[in-house]
Design a protein around this ligand. Structure first.
Ligand code: 5GP
Ligand code: SF4
Ligand code: MG
Length: 457
């Protein structure tokens, strides 16, 4: 998911809309904006893309100088209207709106406890647990109530909250998901927060800094102040650099573009191949393929063309759509491929179904050899922290060797970037600065399975 927040701007909703546009790649199922004006919250939330949700006078329904926005793709709770964020609540101390990127690992357990105690939930979202805990806290101030609530939840959360007079930005103690603070170049009194810096570029805001792991940043008319929730080992999601984030963003002080170039270069060193042309799987494989071409000296060509009017296929929830999606999305360019030994570079291999079709497509266009190079290690474990990787049984590398996978894909060879090589590319030490659990199975926080009755997904 993607989150955005803005404090103290007359066109808060409009700028939030633009910010969400820049974050659209982080979720295409639904979008929402909530504004705060003189103690009242106003909301527009719908299923669909940002451009389709905020139409026909939506901004007239969103007055106020404080706003929070969200684009969603499902990790917990169904793809349903009642789960669209930002969530809003009225409780005895006032109103609050909340947008969440991440996934809580003990939400179902907490929900059972709260329901046992009489709480009623209006969504299936793990995020609602935070609002319920906030409303039940006996602490005297909002920030203390929030600390109290967050003291009970575990997992990944980058949050943006809006109250009558405040904007708050929160990152979980491990800092799994990104969240960055900035200010508008022409309105320095106007602060913004967003999942990625690409949202700032569009609205002409400058990055000030990342929200720190475990930090609660409070922005109101008295200025900025921070409360430190607790701090754990930093475990920023390395998959943001591999795939999820936009390459023009800077995440935790590392440019995604540079990280992906480095992944491709490292991959070329680790798994060289004699070939005539390097072809990326667009768009996710493009930057790593440039790195591979640079390090190997093999020319880079666009041998596959992507139709940009089709969404990221893996985010579409239905299998049938995902299946059909490859041909909808990609088409080969025969003059680039005919008679050539082709190195195909992609960012990740998850199920193998897409890659198999791509290999066949390239061969059918006349390639003499097809070598697949993946700029991340084999995905062997599911993510519990907010990226929708499939269950273990669907992860091809969880049960097959690279040789077996190459045969299934009908590729002449297949090689992945090593976990160490990936850490080198993102300038981190495995197991201390990044989460790489989907590649290594080493989980920073244990997932707590739901206690029976309800399934998380
Ligand atoms: P596959 O060959 O595993 O079916 O698809 C790999 C390609 O699709 C990569 O380009 C990757 O960007 C994308 N992809 C497919 N499925 C998923 C998924 O479930 N999660 C993620 N993160 N990426 C996926
Ligand atoms: Fe990111 Fe993978 Fe960790 Fe999930 S398990 S947070 S996708 S690195
Ligand atoms: Mg891809």
């Amino acid at each position: 998911c993607g989150v955005f927040g803005i404090f103290n701007h007359p066109e808060a909703a409009n700028l939030t809309y633009l910010g969400l546009h820049a974050l659209q790649h982080r979720g295409q199922e639904s979008a929402g904006i909530v504004t705060s004006q003189e103690g009242t919250l106003h909301a527009v939330r719908k299923m669909g893309h940002v451009a389709d949700v905020f139409v026909n006078g939506a901004f007239a329904q969103l007055p106020g100088r404080i706003a929070v926005g969200h684009v969603r793709y499902t990790t917990a709770g169904g793809s349903l209207p009642k789960n669209i964020q930002p969530l809003t609540a009225e409780y005895r101390h006032g109103s609050v709106a909340l947008a969440h990127n991440g996934n809580l690992v003990n939400a179902e357990q907490l929900r059972e406890e709260l329901e046992h105690d009489g709480a009623i939930f209006s969504s299936q979202s793990d995020t609602e647990v935070i609002l319920q805990l906030l409303a039940r806290s006996r602490e005297p101030t909002f920030v203390e109530r929030l600390c109290d609530a967050l003291g009970r939840v575990q997992g990944a959360y980058s949050l943006v909250l809006v109250t009558e007079d405040k904007l708050l930005a929160v990152r979980d103690p491990h800092g799994f998901r990104p969240l960055v603070l900035g200010r508008l170049r022409n309105h320095p009194e106007c602060y913004v927060v967003a999942s990625e810096t690409c949202a700032f570029d569009l609205i002409e805001a400058d990055k000030i800094r990342d929200i720190a792991p475990g930090e609660i940043l409070v922005i109101d008319h008295t200025g900025l102040r921070s409360v430190q929730l607790r701090r754990d080992n930093r475990r920023f999601c390395v998959f943001e650099h591999v795939y999820f984030a936009r390459p023009d963003s800077v995440l935790d002080d590392l440019a995604v573009y540079e990280a992906r170039i480095a992944m491709g270069e490292q991959l070329a060193r680790e798994a060289p191949v004699e070939a005539d042309v390097v072809v990326p799987v667009p768009d996710s494989g493009v930057v790593a393929a440039l790195g591979f071409a640079k390090a190997s000296g093999i020319p880079f060509e666009m041998g596959l063309i992507r139709n940009h009017y089709v969404g990221r296929t893996f985010i579409e929830p239905k299998d049938s759509i995902r299946h059909f999606g490859v041909k909808l999305k990609l088409n080969p360019v025969p003059p680039v491929l005919r008679g050539k030994r082709v190195v195909v570079v992609d960012d990740s291999l998850v199920r193998g179904t897409t890659s198999r079709k791509i290999v066949k497509m390239i061969r059918a266009a006349g390639a003499s050899e097809v070598h697949l190079r993946i700029s991340s290690p084999p995905v062997i474990s599911p993510c519990y922290y907010g990226i929708d990787t499939p269950t273990r049984s669907e992860l091809i590398a969880a049960s097959h060797t690279p040789g077996e996978i190459a045969r299934y894909l009908t590729a002449d060879s297949l090689a992945y970037l090593s976990p160490e090589g990936l850490m080198r590319a993102v300038r981190g030490d495995s197991g201390t600065t990044y989460c790489d659990a989907c590649f290594t199975g080493r989980y920073p926080i244990r997932f707590i399975p739901p206690p029976g009755r309800r399934q998380l997904r």
